[in-house]
Design a protein around this ligand. Sequence first.
Ligand code: NOJ
Length: 530
Amino acid sequence: MEMNCEDSPSWWKNGVLYHMYLRSFADGNGDGFGDLKGAINRIDYISELGVNGVWLSPTSPSPNNDWGYDVSDYLGVHPDYGTLSDLEEFIDRCNRLGIEVILDLVPNHTSSDHAWFIEALADPHSPFRQYYVFSRGKPDGSPPNNWLDATGGSAWTLDPSSGEYYLHNFLPSQPDLNWWNEEVHKEFEGILRFWFDRKVAGFRIDVAHGVFKDELLRDDPPAPEISKEFSHFGLVETYSKNREDVHPLYRSWRKIADSYDPSRVLVGETWVNDISRLASFYGNDDELNLAFNFMFVFTEFNARAFSEIVGNTLNALPKGASAAWTGSNHDISRFPTRWADGDYDKIRMALAILLTLPGTVFLYYGDEIGMRDVDVPVELQRDPMTKLIPAARFQRDRARTPMPWQEGPGRGFCDPNTTPWLPFGDDDGLDVESQRRDPNSTLNLTKLLIELRRQVKESLLDYQLVEATDSIWRYRCGSLEVLANFGDEIYALETERSERVVSSRQLEGVVIRGDSCIEVGPKEVIVLKR
Ligand code: NOJ
């Protein structure tokens, strides 16, 4: 089926995007790292899943101090992954199967290896100095303010040759860009256009809430209540990130995206802990198209918590805006571990819930097979941000391990004699091939739910809560009705006759008594299509 953006103005609305962490998806050249050739070899699998789009983790050249989130050339492709023409081929092959591709854009910072920063350090009078945030320290020589980077250390590093500090909200090798400089805006407009011209359907914008900082560099205040505030090592990032000044930037990017066609999509990585702030990133349908909801990601796995966060989110978003739902990504733990503690009934419940919510669903590679976190021994860990830094709050490698395509050495990810860049999880028969063979597998459930979602895609509006108790969450959305039983008792669901009934537990054989009474077992979700 030929399909492109013009044919599908809202391909992402109520659609499903597959978040492909390229380095761990499929190795096509035998070096133990996933790459574009490997991904191209697996395109049929993506198509079989039925997803509408793919989000590729950063593909740009990078010294990999933060595995690609430290970009040294925004217009290139990292040689580990292949070439620009490999990326173009990947996009083209996806498009021909009706799948759009979005890239990861990192505007908050560059790598310290980027030519701009090299120039900025070499010559304080170079125009590139103004691309970054340099500042003199306090009179006693200490850093300009109390901002802390992602490791819990000062967010400022001294440039000894000039005596000025430069700002880095993440690692010292990730200097923050100065968004008060119009030249930086122009550079990024060029970067957006470069990729849009190459049929990229949009961008996931890294640290979307944080690119603007307080121009006066005021101190961040102490966090009043650590657990509630998304505290950053005891501080609230009031001035170091989270500035309202970011909105005009997204309005200008949206104009660029829309000038290509309205199907382009901008998705923000918006780590905020307040739903109205989350909603603000959508603007008046003139800023980001989607904003990730981390309050949902960290929801407890129970009926009331889910129903509350979903209801509150949908109430807060501007009319017509699409929510962005996800359970896992490369920075946090996978939902099969975090929400479900490895229990497949719960994993399948979570998939059934995610895939029946109104808005856009992001599945992280492996979610579809219920892939869990892998306990990576310290000597095999590869993430500098969490490996080398005792203050790091979590270990990220656990959610970045290679995809298990089949049983045995190499797991179909790489050659059996190659050591993958991160270890595999247990060879537990839950790989892709094994699940393809099992008609009742999690993989087949995911495919079925995605297929169902595609059938009702346009109707998925008007979420209505029917019931939320300690154990039951029941909602209607378009032509779907969903009942999630988080409790230990069987629930007798009286309902009208439905065209289709899908259970998260068994793909066949739902117990229906009489015409209309469905038994929903413990840890089961029933989806009805009217
Ligand atoms: C968020 C990315 O998802 C994460 O992996 C990265 O370390 C930081 N932003 C900095 O770019």
